[in-house]
Design a protein around this ligand. Structure first.
Ligand SMILES: C[S@@+](CC[C@H](N)C(=O)[O-])C[C@H]1O[C@@H](n2cnc3c(N)ncnc32)[C@H](O)[C@@H]1O
Length: 203
């Protein structure tokens, strides 16, 4: 049975109008199959839209036109799937090591008709299973210090790591200070809707 995912729809950017049916379809899939498969906790169902889907899609504001994206540790597809839905110019790889999650992702990509520009790869970031991309995103995967070690080789020259960090952004940047210094990098903290992104650019 499809649960009632009643919610208040926040004012979405007008430019996303075309993507609304697909975003809602993804929300329903998370609330049904995602919940059944244990990828989404029961307490998350009521806040899928605002906290997970809209916040994920809003990182599009920091992503350049036509970029290729690797979403490291995509889980049930966050932020990679909402991002791909609102930005048809992007090519996205959803990188996820766990079988159940990567199976869910493959089925979701097919259901949403995204196969031509969204690819699921089962693997770990540190094994570099895919070539570097201009943008590497990660949300709730690991502390910035560890994430840098895993993800930095996946960022192409001229590209950027976009780590969604929420409340802990500043603290994690401080904790990663030694590694950032060693690599000669500067992290920029940017508020994006209700969350906070840490942006690190590669020369
Ligand atoms: C807490 S979940 C977050 C999932 C999703 N990004 C989100 O925001 O809902 C962390 C995910 O990172 C994946 N993961 C853990 N270590 C990883 C690694 N070394 N490389 C790639 N993914 C990894 C896990 O399998 C898991 O799906």
């Amino acid at each position: 049975m499809t649960p009632d995912v009643s919610r208040e729809t926040p004012a979405l950017p007008e430019r996303w109008g075309f993507a609304l049916p697909a975003l809602e379809r993804y929300e329903r899939r998370l609330a049904t199959v995602g919940l059944e498969w244990g990828l989404i906790g029961p307490r998350e169902v009521d806040r899928l839209w605002n906290r997970h889907i809209v916040n994920s899609a809003l990182i599009e504001t920091v992503i350049a036109e036509g970029a290729d994206v690797i979403d490291v540790g995509s889980g049930a597809g966050l932020p990679g799937i909402p991002l791909a839905l609102v930005r048809p110019d992007l090519h996205v790889i959803l990188l996820e090591p766990l079988l159940r999650r990567s199976t869910f992702l493959e089925e979701t990509v097919a259901e949403l008709g995204l196969e031509d520009r969204v690819t699921v790869v089962r693997g770990r970031a540190e094994d570099r299973p895919v070539p570097p991309a201009r943008i590497v995103t990660a949300r709730a995967v690991a502390a910035l210090d560890k994430l840098l070690g895993w993800c930095w080789p996946l960022v192409a020259p001229g590209g950027q790591l976009v780590a969604l960090k929420g409340e802990r952004a500043e603290q994690e940047v401080e904790q990663a200070a030694a590694k950032l210094k060693k690599l000669g990098l500067t992290a920029t903290i940017r508020r994006v809707a209700d969350t906070t992104a840490v942006l690190i650019s590669k020369q």
